[in-house]
Write a protein that binds this ligand. Structure first.
Ligand code: SF4
Length: 299
């Protein structure tokens, strides 16, 4: 296949060889791989965008609380704080990005429809970052799709060379991966070079290396929902750094190798089992008792 890549080095090589952006390589590769037309692949990504948008739209209006952890309604609160920006430290773009991320993650917690991009647990970061920044740029739908294709290329490399599964690699593989993907996608939307996109992804992912998966009661709610919101700030920051000319000392491929190394050495207590960290605090154990789950340890 002409456009196949498994590493960032190969991806950059293809952008140079064909003189195209990362989003174009990702689109062409998907078209080749699926044996579908480019128009079909674009259409699929538009569907993804529309489902994400609907989750954001519903989530920012919802005050629905989940049954077990009582999560929910935070997207509504934060989105409404946009009316009193003078009393907030974040700006319009970051507060909106966080509320959108909360919106999607809260929809996930109440069984609403979301896109697991890259996973259900990390589904809030990419729409949060890309939609909020697209509103800021008054970007057309085409530019938004470019960001999404670039994000998908980064996700593919992580999946190929490490993992996108919390059961294998902890939360670095869910929220961490989503931060890297969003940072690169946003950087291409800002007309960053392919190298800048990879620097943004590396800076983003490095900041999440080693993050454990420790959901209360094994439910994708606490700390997952707020972790998505904070992830948007990390992605925007990583993109700002890359766009300022700051480079990642460790190239993206090596950051992914590092993530894989951590995953191989990570105790199963921190890989989606709810047997460590926040999941075994008193609060975590109260959720377990409510769910009728066995409590084995408390910290
Ligand atoms: S804590 Fe675990 S379940 Fe929650 S987002 Fe992270 S990886 Fe997913």
């Amino acid at each position: 296949m002409k456009y196949e890549f498994k590493t960032a080095e190969e991806l950059i090589g293809l952008t140079k060889k064909y003189k195209i952006e990362i989003s174009e390589v990702a689109k062409m590769y998907e078209s080749e791989r699926a044996n579908k037309s480019v128009a079909f692949v674009r259409g699929q990504m538009k569907t993804v965008r529309d489902v994400m948008y609907e989750a954001v739209r519903k989530g920012i209006k919802s005050t629905h609380r989940s049954e077990w952890t009582g999560s929910g309604g935070d997207a509504y609160k934060l989105y409404n704080s946009l009316k009193k920006l003078g009393s907030m430290m974040g700006n319009k773009v970051t507060i909106r990005a966080m509320s959108y991320a909360l919106a999607v993650s809260e929809q996930n917690a109440v069984m609403g429809k979301i896109v697991a991009f890259p996973t259900a647990g990390g589904a809030g970061v990419i729409p949060g970052v890309l939609f909020s920044c697209a509103e800021h740029f008054h970007a057309g739908k085409r530019r938004l799709l470019k960001g999404m294709f670039t994000a998908s290329a980064i996700g593919l490399i992580i999946a190929e060379r490490a993992s996108l599964s919390a059961a294998k690699a902890g939360c670095q593989a869910e929220v961490g991966a989503a931060v890297a993907m969003a940072a690169a996608g946003l950087t291409e939307m800002r007309s960053g070079t392919p190298e800048q996109c990879l620097d943004a992804a590396a800076i983003g992912l490095k900041s999440y290396l080693g993050l454990v998966c420790d959901p209360l009661g094994g439910l994708v709610e606490v700390p997952c929902i707020k972790r998505n919101a904070i992830g948007t700030m990390a992605a925007i920051g990583a993109s700002d750094m890359a766009m300022s000319g700051i480079k990642s000392k460790v190239p993206f491929d090596q950051v992914v190798s590092s993530m894989n190394n951590i995953a191989k050495n990570m105790s199963s207590k921190f890989r989606e089992t709810a047997l460590g960290s926040l999941a075994i605090t008193k609060t975590g154990n109260d959720v377990k008792r409510k769910l009728g789950l066995k409590v084995t340890e408390e910290i």
